[in-house]
Design a protein around this ligand. Structure first.
Ligand code: HEC
Length: 178
């Protein structure tokens, strides 16, 4: 009979452990529910970050961060520049006053027809088309289109245009080749 005396003590401490356990589990469970709940709510609204902290004793289990990242619809510019933006550069720099170029609706005749001439001259000059067009704009006198005057095309575009404008302009001219 005497040996059974410790039993109530054991039972009491066991109950305590279970109470503690429950105290820790309830906030953890709530945190889990909350994260799931808010994550599902935030699905279509871009990036939602929900941080739920419940209690202070169960740091590992109850601090949860759920991130629903919805990548936007930003269209990265094509590697060689944005041709649509290049059209605006073409127009604002009056390239069309000297050049015929169908995509820009221009019909200048001082310089070569940009619908076809760059492709032909890049081949003659044994150059990659994009590199040739870029060079022709930045440094026009490096290669003179046969039958056209040297020093008439402005030499200033290499400094007056930003790198982005130049990339876009080159993409526009290259993309408009027939
Ligand atoms: C004042 C007239 C004039 C303006 C403005 C002008 N160009 Fe030219 N461009 C020429 C002439 C003339 C040539 C031919 C001589 C040469 O190859 O440099 C030429 C050549 C070129 C060539 C090389 C064509 C080939 O087949 O070799 C390209 C590309 C070109 N221009 C693009 C442009 C762009 C883009 C602009 C606007 C940013 C522009 N040009 C503005 C007169 C002009």
């Amino acid at each position: 009979m005497a040996r059974r005396k410790p039993t109530p003590l054991v039972a009491a401490s066991e109950v305590l452990v279970w109470i503690l356990f429950a105290l820790l589990l309830v906030p953890a469970g709530f945190a889990g529910w909350a994260v799931g709940h808010y994550t599902s709510l935030g699905k279509s609204s871009g990036t939602t970050t929900v941080t739920v902290t419940a209690g202070t004793t169960t740091s590992a289990a109850t601090t949860a961060t759920a991130t629903t990242a919805t990548s936007g619809t930003t269209t990265a510019p094509a590697a060689g520049g944005n041709a649509a933006a290049g059209k605006a550069v073409f127009v604002s720099n009056a390239c069309g006053s000297c050049h015929t170029f169908t995509p820009a609706g221009t019909n200048g005749t001082v310089g070569p027809n940009l619908d076809t001439s760059p492709t032909a001259d890049a081949t003659k000059d044994n150059m990659d088309l994009t590199a040739f067009v870029r060079q022709s704009i930045v440094d026009p006198n490096t290669y003179i289109a046969p039958g056209y005057p040297k020093g008439v095309m402005p030499q200033t575009f290499g400094t007056s245009l930003t790198t982005t404008q130049l990339d876009d302009l080159v993409a526009f001219v290259v993309g408009g080749q027939k």
